[in-house]
Design a binder for this molecule. Structure first.
Ligand code: AKB
Length: 315
């Protein structure tokens, strides 16, 4: 990657990926694109930014030309729980942003990274050690759009030579920008509430196991897959990647080691619970390990230590 355009730069991943990429590739090589949510000041001040809608193809073409972009990181998405509230809008945003990114990179023979998700799997997928290549019949509009986006990316690679690559992210836990509208959001909120009020009401039930990853690993995964030797890639869109699998009881127990008075209650959200029940308990990431040497660094213990330390200062 040389000149990179990050679509959705104000979101949970984008707000941390832009500074991470600017550190590696140089401030002027990374353009942060945002629509309605303003960008953090540090991003506005440290490099180029564009206020645009990823669904407007003509504008996207103009910006790609203006900044001589060769790689797009497409983080625009309506997440799983929010998508269930407005399926046509979720489909439109998730699919049109992907199509536009692939089309514009077809013209310049560039690269596209689009994260897929554990949400691409469904209730008929094997739940434990979920294989890289398996049955995918998701039961959310988010999941359906993620499977379609994976297939479209592979199609643009095979048909037009677009260097499209991606990973299936698990729930991402972070401390800069809150996620919004996801099923795994509880695993972020719990840390904020542990610091603020020493208690948390969890919207997923005990025993709900899901794959998760701390943001530093998620950022590294994005760069490592994009910089991987293409001759070694058997898969492209998308690789299973994970760092840990836990349920609400486990994260609560880990927090209690640092804040003994922390208490957790349950008030299950039936929509989120149904979504979580349809997703894997834990994925197999052998393909990512073998094809581009993927290895996560954080586990539940080290992530919890860091999250609580950072949030205690921040809050
Ligand atoms: C969500 O919960 O919708 C996302 C995801 C796992 O894709 N965090």
């Amino acid at each position: 990657m040389k000149n990179i355009l990050v679509l959705g730069a104000a979101g949970q991943i984008g707000s941390e990926l832009v500074p991470y990429l600017r550190n590696i590739y140089g401030n002027h090589a990374v353009v942060a694109a945002y629509r309605s949510t303003p960008l953090p000041e540090a991003i506005m001040e440290s490099g180029p930014c564009e206020n645009m809608d990823a669904l407007e193809a003509a504008k996207l073409h103009e910006i790609v030309k203006k900044h001589k972009i060769d790689s797009i990181i497409n983080l625009v998405a309506v997440l799983s729980a929010k998508g269930e509230g407005n399926p046509p809008l979720a489909w439109k945003i998730n699919m049109e942003s992907q199509l536009n990114a692939l089309e514009v990179m077809r013209e310049v023979k560039g690269a596209v990274f689009t994260p897929s998700s554990i949400g691409a799997f469904g209730p008929t997928t094997p739940m434990d050690n979920t294989p890289q290549d398996t049955l995918m019949r998701p039961s959310t509009v988010y999941g359906i759009s993620k499977v379609a986006a994976e297939l479209l990316a592979d199609y643009y690679h095979l048909k037009f030579g677009v260097d499209a690559r991606g990973v299936r992210y698990p729930g991402i836990i972070s401390n800069v920008t809150l996620p919004g509208g996801g099923t795994t959001d509880y695993a972020v909120e719990i840390y904020y509430e542990a610091i603020k009020s020493k208690s948390y009401t969890c919207n997923l039930g005990a025993g709900t196991f899901l794959d998760m990853m701390y943001m530093p690993d998620a950022l590294r995964a994005c760069v490592e897959i994009m910089e991987a030797d293409p001759s070694k890639l058997i898969h492209r869109n998308c690789f299973n990647v994970t760092a840990m699998s836990f349920d609400p009881e486990m994260i609560s127990a880990e927090i209690k080691k640092h804040i003994p008075e922390f208490r957790m209650e349950y008030k299950v959200d039936p929509i989120k619970q149904a979504i979580a029940n349809s997703w894997p308990n834990s994925m197999d990431q052998t393909s990512a390990q073998q094809e581009w040497n993927w290895k996560p660094e954080y586990n539940l213990k080290s992530m919890t230590e860091d999250m609580l330390k950072v949030l205690a200062k921040k809050l």
